[in-house]
Design a protein around this ligand. Sequence first.
Ligand code: 13P
Ligand code: SF4
Length: 318
Amino acid sequence: PVLDAGWAEEVRALAAQQDAVVLAHNYQLPEIQDVAHFTGDSLALSRIAAESTASTIVFCGVHFMAETAKILSPDKTVLIPDAGAGCSLADSITADQLRAWKAEHPGAVVVSYVNTTAAVKAETDVCCTSSNAVEVVESVPADREVLFLPDQFLGAHVRRITGRENMHVWAGECHVHAGISGPALTAQSEAHPGADLYVHPECGCATSALYLAGAGAVPQERVKILSTGGMLDAARTATPGGTVLVATEVGMLHQLRRAAPEVDFRAVNDRASCHYMKMITPAKLLRALREGRDEVHVDPELAERGRAAVQRMIAIGQ
Ligand code: 13P
Ligand code: SF4
């Protein structure tokens, strides 16, 4: 739908009146990204939420992100324009399942991806995002077992880079990234032989990207396994006139094209859209500011138990 003229001005004016900061993840709709005060990846947005002096945070992203902001800043009002915006990856492990897994590995250090519920974070020693997962796992003493959850593809990537053998990985996945397949990546790289590949480590095709490089089909230096924030940094030094194949959620293309308009960014799978991220619409953002909904609450006891793990996450890889 065409936005009302004045929508962006109203969002900004209401935010100013209410001392609210509007944050948007890189997978949000372009108009939401453009109106937000800050856009970024999960780690950058968590850091901004922790440091912000605004009394209200309006989180345009999915529920676990808003929950993470609330865990870090329990005295702030945290709003999400639609509390139904979930995450299939966060749903792939429950706190009960994690407790059972921990009981099988006494003494192991639990490293949870930020894409988890507050109840899972409460059972976690240290959280990570795709930007700092390697550093977080490397921060665990080598003789301690690691339980890494919930994403199997990110876990495999971290294990490959760290060479860590005493790391157990939960078999969860994000339905959007798992659907960006190896054959799709191979077909696209054959169709665009000079292209660089930016691959999110949650993708099912991350292994295929490395295989293509290993087999010499794509030069090693052209394959980059990156968080969404890392993709933006890479875009700023990409070759003008070149092509980049992007394996992640399609919302990412907006920021990439803005950062490097002279580069041809193409989705490896142009149907890889996260319907949870897209539940945050311009109308719902306006409603959040007008009506103060949906407010995010985290059980204070759970928040207290999860806070140290999230604080370690934002401190590692600065
Ligand atoms: P990052 O933006 O941290 O790379 O996370 C990707 C993601 O899927 C968030 O839901
Ligand atoms: Fe969750 Fe995947 Fe959507 Fe990210 S893209 S919010 S990991 S379902």
